[in-house]
Design a protein around this ligand. Structure first.
Ligand SMILES: NC(=O)c1ccc[n+]([C@@H]2O[C@H](COP(=O)([O-])OP(=O)(O)OC[C@H]3O[C@@H](n4cnc5c(N)ncnc54)[C@H](OP(=O)(O)O)[C@@H]3O)[C@@H](O)[C@H]2O)c1
Length: 287
């Protein structure tokens, strides 16, 4: 189980963001691995179902071997862009899970996926059928571990009636604290489940002029100046301090920014200041 490891998110590497060329992607894969970031987070849908294949081609052209990487990917979202669906929906039929994973392997040009996630819970998911599909893929050596994303503990419990769930990737950041209070991070600790957080910077660097974000920024800016670190180090360090051992899935495509974020792994600071930041986010003192 990964703990407090920086994971590289690829959602905006391709068509959904920076539109990196093959050469630019290859260079980033090499640079990321060079500084020890070798876990890459994908989903079939990124770039309207195109980014996995772009990454796979870039990996092939790079000096890095697929075995040096750990790959995460997800399945289950049926989009209306990139596919001829009437409405965005979720599909967790066994045949679809299996064909989606096989397509991801083809796109990424690898033999297996380290961690395969169900992207979002569906009201129509049949836990027993999902388990059969996952067991089949595990039996064939096509996936090493199985997890979920955006699931609440009771939804995981339903799946776990039939199959172990090894990871949950959820939204968690200084301005999005739900997983600390809705049982998700407790569930990860109780059951030895890997916790990954997507959008770990939240709206910190986005155009969000709300009173809450301004207060968080003001507090973090002051503390960062006292400690002599970049603000983003504190933003990431805030989630790393949680005892669930959360792995931030960082989305930057910029090597210098990635190097700064990595500093959070070794940054030590007092718990009391963690509560100062917490207070700025929730807008009141702890009871
Ligand atoms: N499971 C799910 O449902 C789900 C949902 C959303 C995302 N994800 C995963 O989570 C990953 C990360 O999501 P995210 O992109 O929202 O994460 P993030 O790391 O919170 O945000 C990254 C974005 O912030 C920008 N940014 C601005 N200033 C920055 C700074 N100083 N340092 C670092 N980044 C800065 C980056 O732009 P530059 O590239 O220009 O640096 C990038 O666009 C995705 O790639 C995806 O793999 C999963």
């Amino acid at each position: 189980m990964r703990q407090n490891k920086i994971i590289a998110g690829t959602m905006t590497w391709g068509k959904w963001g920076k539109n990196l060329s093959q050469t630019e992607m290859s260079k980033r894969i090499e640079q990321w691995v060079e500084i020890g970031v070798n876990v890459f987070d994908h989903a079939d849908i990124y770039g309207d179902y195109t980014t996995e294949a772009d990454f796979g081609n870039a990996l092939k052209k790079s000096s890095i071997k697929a075995e040096e990487l750990e790959l995460i990917t997800k399945c289950g979202i049926q989009m209306t862009t990139g596919r001829n669906n009437k409405v965005k929906h979720y599909d967790y039929k066994a045949s679809y899970i299996i064909s989606s994973l096989e397509q991801s392997l083809k796109n990424l040009q690898v033999e297996n996926i380290d961690t395969f996630l169900l992207h979002r819970p569906s009201p129509l998911m049949n836990a027993e059928e999902i388990a059969k599909a996952i067991e089949h893929l595990k039996g064939q050596g096509k996936i090493k571990s199985f997890g979920v994303s955006n699931f609440l503990p009771h939804q995981i419990k339903l799946l776990e009636r039939y199959i172990p769930v090894e990871a949950n990737q959820i939204q968690f950041s200084v301005d999005h604290l739900d997983p600390m209070y809705n049982g998700v991070l407790d569930d990860c600790q109780l059951n030895g489940r890997e916790a990954m957080s997507w959008s770990p910077l939240g709206a910190y660097f986005k155009e969000d002029g709300s009173e809450k974000m301004n207060k968080i920024r003001e507090t973090i800016r002051e503390l960062a100046a006292v400690y002599g670190v970049e603000e983003e180090v504190l933003v990431i360090s805030f989630i790393l301090k949680h005892p669930a051992g959360v792995c931030p899935v960082v989305g930057t495509t910029d090597f210098n920014r990635l190097s700064i974020l990595k500093k959070a792994l070794s940054f030590e600071w007092p718990d009391e200041d963690w509560f100062v930041i917490l207070e700025s986010s929730v807008g009141r003192r702890v009871p």
